[in-house]
Design a protein around this ligand. Structure first.
Ligand code: PEP
Ligand code: MG
Length: 580
């Protein structure tokens, strides 16, 4: 058994196809000064052809996975258009008298090494994009054919060193049972696309395996557990085939709960909403029976393009989301960039601690025109459905007041322009910084609702970077400190008549359900894939029992004790349910 990271769930059993590296040898070639113009023109021509090809791939992909996922190719075009990339290539031609293809190869290597050296997952992903688009350009300069996946064989499990979005774009889900990549992370563009296509994916397996796996070997991959088996015996294959059938049945069984109301056996209703960042995810949310959208991460609208989205462009997206929700509420979170989320075209300062730095509401309150554009778009969309507005990373009353002042200005502008919006639009804040928890009573007097962002709240409460694999074992959402944080926040909200939801990953963790029921929160917002699992659990978990469990949890001294207690409670509920 080989361990990797599960990046897209599901089991695949089949023969491997090992993708040859999409990298070419480029022999050294010297040129004369008189050849400069010709070599520049070859680069321009290569860029033109590459751009046409990318546009075509984008259009094809758009039909399969939707506009949002295919937008990543805009980032590739932006690289080809980037003057820094072009200057580097021309500089090498001019200063070192090298032919176009040699200069392009050296420029790619230069930028890839530079980005790879940075200790930042996002920048490493950008290195992959540069390599991908740079190889496309090289392919045209060298006149070599692209490596295509076979389409006339049995469906296979694709093995690749790393898989670029361009390569993934050519994949027909009917031909590819699953994917394994040596490199990669769950947040890479390729992983996002594999999930959108519903292809099981395991990333980050040991590099020495590259030589061990050859085309035609039988493999099993488990995209939930991040496991790969090479040449499994018949017994193991039979076991995983049975598991595959079980998973398909479980998925089908969960569909029964789609039309059930989200309510406990003793009558506590709890809205189960979805977190989304794209239209494609909205479709999944709708097909999972979500009670609206509790968190629309709008920063993804700002990514994968080479400029800030215009008011009209944002309006179009917000409006179509809220219209598709047909009366269910939509919580739109204002821009939350910075930290691990960067915009290619918006240069954020280099910071020692970007998660504690210039990000989220801090940027919005600094770049007020940018913020106002988003506020105007959200307000205008509120004329077409039930929209609520939410500010991220709030840590003081001043921030809420400043944001609300700008909201007021945006409202006045729209009014004087005679443009419709919902005058009573509800505003809320994310509770994801310990300071916000400690002054929750004061913040509650400024807003209509709270949404607890446990992802960041855990990170900041425990001082554990949520991106750092070295200390991942210290990232403990069930830490007793968190329990107290949650209790404090909900208590303050209730005392001031403010509704309170949870939208971090913990909202979709089945073990945490008794905590939410005991605290009596109003909404859980989670990844759409978790909704039916949580609903099934909710239908058999009593609120009064949860209150007793929570009292016990408060006596626990460690996260492990808390998890054990929640686990054993889940088992007891399962037993009771099984015994009717
Ligand atoms: C959170 O911090 O819990 C949250 C939901 O926001 P994000 O994961 O986008 O930071
Ligand atoms: Mg957050």
């Amino acid at each position: 058994m080989i361990r990797g990271i599960g990046a897209s769930t599901g089991i695949a059993i089949g023969k491997s196809f090992v993708l040859p590296n999409w990298e070419w040898e480029v022999p050294e070639q010297k040129i004369d000064v008189a050849d400069f113009a010709r070599e520049f023109e070859r680069v321009y021509e290569g860029i033109r052809t590459s751009k046409d090809e990318i546009q075509q791939i984008k259009a094809e992909l758009c039909e399969v996975v939707g506009a949002d996922e295919s937008q990543i190719f805009d980032a590739h075009i932006a690289i080809l258009d980037d003057p820094v990339f072009m200057n580097e290539i021309q500089g090498i031609i001019r200063r070192q008298y090298k032919a176009a293809e040699v200069a392009v190869k050296e420029a790619i290597d230069h930028f890839v090494t530079m980005f790879d050296l940075l200790d930042d997952e996002y920048m490493k992903e950008r290195a992959l994009d540069i390599k991908d688009v740079g190889n496309r350009l090289l392919k045209h300069l060298l006149g070599v054919p692209e490596i295509k996946l076979p389409t006339d064989t049995q469906p296979f499990i694709l093995i690749a060193k790393e898989l670029s979005p361009s390569q993934l774009a050519h994949i027909n889900p009917d031909h590819v049972l699953g994917i394994v990549t040596l490199a990669g992370s769950t947040t890479s563009h390729s992983s996002i696309m594999a999930r959108a296509l519903g292809i099981p994916l395991v990333v980050g397996i040991e590099p020495n395996l590259e030589d061990e796996i050859t085309t035609g070997q039988i493999l099993i991959i488990d995209g939930s557990e991040g496991i790969l088996y090479l040449n499994p015996d018949d017994g193991l294959i039979a076991k995983y085939e049975a598991l595959q059938i079980k998973q398909a049945e479980a998925k089908k069984h969960l569909q029964h709960f789609i039309h059930h109301h989200s309510v406990t056996p003793d009558g506590k209703s709890l809205r189960l909403a979805a977190n989304i960042s794209s239209m494609k995810e909205l479709d999944i949310a709708l097909s999972s029976g979500a009670d609206g959208v509790g968190l629309f991460r709008t920063e993804f609208l700002y990514m994968d393009r080479n400029r800030f989205p215009l008011e009209e462009e944002q309006l179009e997206v917000y409006r179509s989301v809220v219209e598709k929700l047909a009366g269910e509420p939509l919580v739109i979170r204002t821009l939350d960039v910075g930290g691990d989320k960067q915009l290619d075209y918006f240069e954020l300062p280099e910071e020692d601690n970007p998660f504690l730095g210039y990000r989220a509401i801090r940027i919005s309150l600094d770049k007020t025109e940018l913020f106002k554009t988003q506020l105007r778009a959200i307000l205008r969309a509120s004329a077409f459905g039930k929209i609520k507005l939410m500010y991220p990373l709030i840590s003081s009353v001043e921030e809420v007041r400043a944001a609300n002042r700008l909201l007021q200005e945006a409202k006045q502008e729209l009014e004087s322009e005679g443009i419709a919006f919902d005058g009573g639009i509800k505003t809320g804040i994310m509770i994801e910084v310990p300071a916000a928890v400690m002054i929750a009573d004061l913040l509650a007097q400024e807003v209509d609702f709270f949404s607890i962002g446990t992802n960041d709240l855990v990170q900041f409460t425990l001082a554990v970077d949520r991106m750092n694999e070295e200390i991942a074992h210290l990232y403990e959402p069930f830490h007793p400190a968190l329990l107290r944080m949650l209790g404090n926040t909900v208590k303050a909200a209730k005392a001031h008549g403010v509704t309170v939801g949870v939208c971090g990953e913990l909202a979709g963790d089945l073990r945490a359900l008794p905590i939410w029921l005991s605290l009596d929160v109003d909404e859980l917002s989670m990844s759409a894939h978790s909704i039916l699992h949580v609903k099934k659990r909710l239908l058999c978990t009593r609120q009064d029992d949860s209150v007793s469990v929570f009292k016990e949890l408060q006596r626990c001294r460690t996260g492990t004790e808390i998890k054990e207690m929640l686990q054993s409670y889940m088992l007891s509920v399962d037993e009771q349910t099984a015994n009717g």
